[in-house]
Ligand binder design. Sequence first.
Ligand SMILES: *Cc1c(COP(=O)(O)O)cnc(C)c1O
Ligand code: SF4
Length: 439
Amino acid sequence: MKYRSYTVSNFREIPQIRKRLSEKERFDIEVVAQVFPFKTNNYVVEKLINWDDPLKDPIFRLTFPQKGMLKEEDYNEIAFLLKENAPKDVIKQKVNEIRMKLNPHPAGQKHNIPQINGVKLHGAQHKYKETILFFPKQGQTCHAYCSFCFRWPQFVGVDQLKFAMKEVQVLIDYIKAHPEITDLLFTGGDPLIMKTKILRQYIQPILEADIPHLKTIRFGSKALAFWPYRFTKDDDADDLIKLFREIKEAGYHLAYMAHFNHYQELETEEVKEAVDRILSTGAVIRTQSPVLRHINDSPQVWAKMWKKQVEMNMVPYYMFMARDTGAQHYFGVPLVKAWEIFREAYKSVSGIGRTVKGPSMSATPGKVRILGISEISGDKVMVLDFLQGRNPDWVGKPFFAKYNPEAIWLDELEPYEGDRFFYEDELDQMLELEEVYNR
Ligand SMILES: *Cc1c(COP(=O)(O)O)cnc(C)c1O
Ligand code: SF4
């Protein structure tokens, strides 16, 4: 299949859009797409979406902008401007206003910028001891965009918010100077949007550097879901598979961190073939997804998805909470509800599928998991723990918050006793130090 991409400028050419949506519904897409990045492709349209009832289809909701993603007043203002044929810059100004309301700095991503010999690595993030994240400059886009994605500032051209770097050499120097780093995680966007030739320019120097403490190379990617031909029929698919083999042969653990939001993404022949090809290199595929209202907020969807993943030889890894940004009012699921979904799904798969951890919030102090609901002296409490912490010593210690069935994010929770969670004083000190250091 030849890649064909659709955006707000040409989505009306999609035959199913013409046949299955009303003009009003097409206009809704156009309105919401002014604010949220919108890009899909012919594989998603032809193979993943069930067009019988598109507005209810999870993959349609995953890639096409939804009316509910905009607050009503914002929707009305943009719709009015479009109908009036307002000048482009007037629309743009309104759009920027709305975007600014949608928190562009989730979870302190401006922190944890690594630095070596006085050089800052703006395209990297080192938050947890063992793992450094690397955002290759050419990997800051994707084969299609997820409507919920918190990385939207990267796609909509707010330049100073982009995390990206060119120089892999600086990255290598940094890893060499940090013997605690065992994992290098390429992320984006989607690093596998890069042509193999370019990806190779990053990987080869790393392999050649032969850093003894670096054990694992990971790619965080949604290409299996949005463009499986990346691993099978694309011009440079064979070369990518070869590169994976080279990573394995150099002695690394190679982990493909696959992003799947719904079992419907696992049902095509194409994805099956791509998974088999990746696995044939010796790589392990681990899967992760946020829990999203309107897309996968039911235990049946998760159980079916995990079972299918295990059947295909993938390893369920993380269930995340949707970030506190973007259209969270539309996609957000309360913590308690997410834990109920997790538990219902978790208890219905065999032990082989219970490799999954969650639901977890990637928040400023770390990855905080909702372990469950319990009672202390008759009071309902939420039990939490850290899966990853800015201080590794925070990991694995259960702590308690007052029961709050509406809370969607950590900052809405209150400690069960006292007025601060056990880590908060230390976190404040860390943030202050970092600010001095980053100045
Ligand atoms: C999740 C995450 C990682 C990887 O954590 P693992 O638990 O090892 O998968 C690394 N860095 C950041 C910032 C993360 O959010
Ligand atoms: S593939 Fe990942 S980075 Fe790209 S839009 Fe989806 S969630 Fe965002």
